[in-house]
Write a protein that binds this ligand. Sequence first.
Ligand SMILES: C[S@@+](CC[C@H](N)C(=O)[O-])C[C@H]1O[C@@H](n2cnc3c(N)ncnc32)[C@H](O)[C@@H]1O
Length: 214
Amino acid sequence: MDFFDRTAPYYDFFSDLVSFGHYARFLKRAVQILAPQEGEKVLELCSGTGRAASWIARAVGDEGEVVGMDMATSMVDVATKRYGTLKSLSFRVGDITKPWHLQGHFDGIFMAMGLHELPETEREGVPKRSYLALKERGRMVIADFNPEASGGKKDFLVSLFGLIERGNLSYLFFRQEEALRKAGFAQVKSFPELFGLLQITLAQKVISTRETSG
Ligand SMILES: C[S@@+](CC[C@H](N)C(=O)[O-])C[C@H]1O[C@@H](n2cnc3c(N)ncnc32)[C@H](O)[C@@H]1O
């Protein structure tokens, strides 16, 4: 059984505990940057226990649609048990590195702390598939460790990954902005968090002057 399958019921509790509550604040900030609107359709990749998806579902309301996708069955079970009563929200078990068969359907795609978990060879596929699954003026938000950190911050992250994310070290060398632009996103803006160790990236299919609420 995979780590996330085993830890699903306690995942939020422990991630908030070890981060002194910062994890929840980081997720909230990322949802704020996505800025989901009433009636919108949003896909969350690697949705885990469904916490962020539930906030997004409340923002889009009953007329919207929010789909959370995660490959850990226990995560999907926990998410469904906790938030299954929200009308616009559903969760499905799925490996996001496999084809999604979704085209031009979503207004937004959200992904928090999922990209670094993917095998190196699969990371570039996510912006590509997201671009296709989004509507013409769609947007994507990626919240994760900062792969564009430099100097001492990069050194710190490399050491941290050496301790707790050894298998995912390649993420710290992932050229995220380049991958998003290569996929077709016209505008990519990044917001540093936690002294630049974390980062929230907003990628938009068309250039927008929309202000991101702070
Ligand atoms: C660090 S957790 C983050 C969960 C949630 N986004 C959050 O921030 O609380 C990473 C999640 O990604 C999921 N995951 C990893 N690889 C995946 C894949 N290839 N397809 C779908 N889900 C995946 C794991 O099962 C886990 O639930």
